[in-house]
Design a protein around this ligand. Structure first.
Ligand SMILES: Nc1ncnc2c1ncn2[C@@H]1O[C@H](COP(=O)(O)OP(=O)(O)O)[C@@H](O)[C@H]1O
Ligand SMILES: [Mg+2]
Ligand SMILES: [Zn+2]
Length: 449
């Protein structure tokens, strides 16, 4: 007789093991492993087959293959269309993640309203709020339309029956963590539940050819609760970023089967909801006055240049010096500090250094290195930098300043925003009205300052 196959799964992170453990070796949580039933194991196998399936067949020359023709339609928001890669793809499954209160429901209710107005029949499922509460929000967002249907419901089977009996052409699920399926014994929001529900929604999206948007809350450690399993299953994953003190929200592509993950959508939160930021300019910096410790630079968010302010605070350390940054890589900061210490003889080892990027932006390109250095020097010497000058350049371990990509575009944006001077690593290829000071080494920047 064949031995019965057993499988245990962590309900916090999705880790699987053939043996039970008191503590999950993947996420270190206690008492999260539950044994999956034979049905669940079978379901798992089906799911993974469905996700990775391609019809069995013979290889064909690529010249004989017809390309997929993706006909997208607009969401009514230029910024969302941009992150999606040009609009909503029919039959696609999209996950929008973000921390509570960041604006997920606001954005999707607005989109639902836009599409309803365009004549689409839209279903907004909410397990989070009552229909009355959503109606209040819809009033505020001007999303009221008879084509927009609200369904306050947490039972997956009721949602599915509603979907199969009406001809909706767009569906929002708010949120994946509040829905539950009777077929699995685990709690709403657990890995098993989230997977079962996502799989059913995927089936709906693909078989009925309806785009489905799923909202998912992110836990403190940055993962979507009931996490990784979801990312693998859906076509597109978008994450909201932003800072609770600022009205700006960034929607960043993390995975996209139908487009690049390069672009970033930029929205503004106001009382009418989350709207496309008409102009990014001036939102991320204060041009009139720079305090000591502030420096300006221009980063590329996807295809768009954005001028931002980086801030540094350098203060004498009592005890072990602290290094901490928000929106900038901590290891990179440590490297820059070591470099300043070595090349410029600055005694930064006895100082605390804090870095902050304004507007909740997270910098993930090296071109801001020079601005970080300028901000650190400005704070250390307690001297303000000119409001007319931007810093641009990647700093290497040897103190050289390296070229940055899209220099022409960045200079153009500086000019549009009325800046006059830039400290840059190399001569620009095209002529520019910006007065450029070429600094190919960190020491030259100090000279300039
Ligand atoms: N009446 C209101 N006027 C302006 N802004 C509001 C109002 N009510 C809520 N908000 C804003 O909307 C945000 C909540 O957005 P929401 O879409 O519910 O977030 P999520 O769905 O991501 O948890 C709040 O943080 C608040 O800033
Ligand atoms: Mg919400
Ligand atoms: Zn775990």
């Amino acid at each position: 007789m064949a031995k019965k196959k057993t499988l245990f799964e962590c309900q916090a992170c999705g880790f699987q093991s053939p043996r039970w453990m008191g503590k999950c070796t993947s996420c270190d949580q206690w008492d999260t492993m539950i044994e999956l039933s034979t049905d669940q194991i079978k379901f798992l196998q089906e799911t993974s087959k469905a996700i990775s399936s391609s019809p069995i067949g013979k290889a064909k020359p690529i010249t004989q293959i017809e390309e997929d023709n993706i006909v997208r339609f607009s969401s009514g928001s230029t910024e969302l269309d941009l992150v999606l890669g040009g609009g909503i793809v029919p039959a696609s499954l999209t996950l929008i993640g973000g921390s509570p209160g960041i604006g997920k429901s606001t954005l999707l209710l607005k989109i639902a309203g836009n599409l309803a107005r365009e004549g689409q029949k839209v279903l907004y499922v909410s397990g989070e709020e009552s229909a009355g509460q959503i109606k209040l929000r819809a009033n505020r967002l001007k999303a009221n339309h008879e084509n927009l249907f609200l369904l306050p419901e947490i039972s997956l089977s009721s949602v599915l029956s509603e979907i199969t009996h009406k001809d909706f052409s767009f569906i929002v699920i708010d949120s994946i963590q509040t829905l539950y399926s009777d077929d699995t014994p685990s709690a709403p929001g657990s890995v098993t539940q989230v997977r079962t529900i996502t799989f059913e929604l995927m089936r709906i999206a693909k078989s009925m050819h309806i785009p489905v948007f799923i909202i998912g809350h992110i836990t403190k450690d940055g993962s979507i609760a009931g996490p990784r399993v979801l990312e693998h299953m859906v076509d597109t994953v978008l994450y909201f970023e932003g800072d609770s003190n600022s009205e700006l929200r960034l929607l960043r592509g993390f995975k996209n089967r139908f487009g690049s993950t390069n672009e970033v959508g930029i929205f503004e939160m106001n009382k009418e909801g989350l709207n496309d930021a008409k102009s990014m300019a001036g939102k991320f910096f204060n041009k009139k006055k720079l305090q000591s410790g502030s420096a300006l630079t221009v980063i590329m968010e996807g295809s768009r240049p954005i001028i931002i302010e980086v801030q540094a605070l350098v203060s004498e350390a009592y005890g072990h010096p602290k290094r901490s940054s928000t929106g900038f890589d901590n290891n990179r900061l440590t490297m820059l500090l070591a470099l300043l210490e070595k090349k410029l003889d600055l005694p930064l080892g006895t100082y605390d250094v804090f870095i902050n990027i304004s507007g909740g932006i997270k910098i993930n390109e090296p071109s801001a290195d020079l601005a970080i250095i300028a901000a650190i020097l400005s704070s250390y010497r307690d001297r303000e930098l000119s409001t007319e000058t931007l810093f641009l350049g990647e700093v290497s371990l040897t103190g050289e300043i390296r070229e940055v990509s899209s220099l022409t575009q960045r200079l153009k944006e500086m000019h549009t925003q009325g800046f006059k001077k830039a400290i840059i690593p190399n001569k620009p290829l095209e002529e520019t009205p910006i007065k450029c000071f070429i600094a190919d080494e960190v020491s030259k920047v100090v000279e300039w300052m």
